[in-house]
Design a protein. Structure first.
Length: 410
């Protein structure tokens, strides 16, 4: 498991990348596949090393049957990145995979540590446990963040020149327990706690009150409450789906008895569908709808729906994280994934998305911000079908930048 750099360059102004865990192995749905003549990056390294050693008969790795084992398999990956906005960033990530029995999905353990030249720290820990025969699924998502991020105000009429930095530290503790109630269907309860502290506005616009200040600016923000969850998932492989669908609903009332300053309620509806197109090819048309709604009340500013602040920071390719923000978010995206080489090593994508946020004055959707772009895929593990995803996205008014993931965006 590696981290990804959401690196977005704005031609009109500054920008920073955000480094976070991606949905590389989500909910334990690691789907090992037989590989035939497929090739991946590990094969290239191995074959190149053997060639240097004089073994010109070196062969590609072959799947020997996708054996499920209770043994914890651990991998660690060091990485480094650089952008003009953050300087160098060093990353150490690790993951572990094991099975409770042969009929269970893969249980996964994911963590990493990131430190940048701008003294930014990102430390996530995620754990997904599938019990025997997938009767229960327990999920943990803990994170510590220390880094500045840009905000541009509320609604869809803000401009890139409205942006300024907000500094804060953040702690996230999310826990969820799901129970199987039928074929590919799960329901369950959870508890989410998010705490932001040492919040500071850095160089906000002079001689004017910012939207943050109008909304309710303070040195700390808290969001705490239970969640009600429904999940339907028929994807064979969450790392790189080529068929099936996902429908996930999360309803969360944040009540004052849980430590919130006021009561508010949110609803997230995440729907995805995958088609093979053309029918007898390996190309995939993927569709995604993500609705993030405030049903009532007033969430903390930093917990409002915002570009790139979904659970895995993947909405809104073409715009910097936090570019748009409001009480309600409507999002749709389509992506076409196709092979470039017959051995599966290199592929490509084209994508388009659109996002809209309600205005603070009337709670209506009045604008739409489209994004579009293209990308390449390099297969790093043919058994799990894991790709490195390199995308360049474009948005309105000169917005654009590079987006990198381990695994597909959705």
């Amino acid at each position: 498991m590696a981290c990804f750099f959401r690196s977005v360059g704005q031609t009109e102004s500054h920008a920073i990348p955000v480094i976070t865990l991606t949905d590389t192995i989500k909910a334990g749905t690691l789907n090992l596949v037989r590989t035939g003549n497929q090739l991946d990056f590990v094969d290239l390294v191995k074959m190149g090393r053997n060639w240097v050693d004089g073994d010109k008969t070196a062969r590609k790795r072959v799947d020997t049957g996708a054996i499920k084992t209770r043994k914890l398999r651990i991998g660690a990956v060091p990485a480094a990145g650089y952008t003009l906005q953050t300087g160098f960033a060093v990353v150490m990530s690790a993951n572990g995979v094991y099975y409770t029995n042969e009929n269970a999905n893969a249980s996964t353990l994911l963590t990493s540590f990131t430190y940048t030249a701008r003294n930014q720290i990102i430390l996530p820990f995620q754990y997904s446990l599938w019990t025997k025969d997938n009767k229960y699924n327990f999920n943990t998502d803990w994170r510590f963040l220390k880094y500045p991020s840009y905000t541009y105000g509320l609604g869809g009429f803000t401009t890139i020149n409205d942006g300024y930095l907000i500094y804060y530290n953040a702690i996230r503790i999310h826990e969820t327990a799901l129970r199987n109630i039928g074929h590919d269907m799960y329901v369950g309860l959870g508890y989410n706690y998010d705490y932001f502290y040492d919040i500071l506005e850095l160089n906000p616009p002079a001689n004017t009150k910012t939207d943050f200040e109008k909304y309710g600016y303070g040195p700390t923000e808290t969001a705490s409450g239970i969640t009600f969850n429904y999940l339907y998932d028929t994807r064979g492989n969450a790392v790189n789906p080529d068929h099936g669908a996902l429908f996930n609903v999360i309803y969360s009332p944040k009540l004052t008895i849980f430590g919130n300053k006021n009561t508010w309620r949110s609803l997230i509806v995440d729907a995805r569908k995958y088609f093979t197109f053309p029918r007898y090819s390996e190309n995939v048309l993927a569709l995604w709808s993500y609705e993030w709604l405030t049903l009532d009340g007033t969430p903390p500013y930093l917990m409002l729906p915002s570009t790139g602040w979904d659970a895995f920071s993947n909405t809104g390719r073409g715009y910097i994280q936090g570019r748009f923000r409001g009480k309600n978010m409507a999002y749709a995206e389509g992506e076409y994934r196709f092979g470039i080489t017959n051995n599966g090593l290199i592929g490509g994508v084209i994508f388009a998305n659109a996002e809209s946020f309600t205005e603070e004055s009337n709670n209506r959707f009045e604008t739409v911000a489209p994004g579009w772009g293209f990308g390449v895929r390099l297969k790093i593990n043919k058994f799990s079908k894991t790709n490195v995803a390199l995308d360049y996205g474009f948005g309105l008014n000169g917005s654009g930048g590079l987006f990198v993931n381990i695994g597909e965006v959705f």
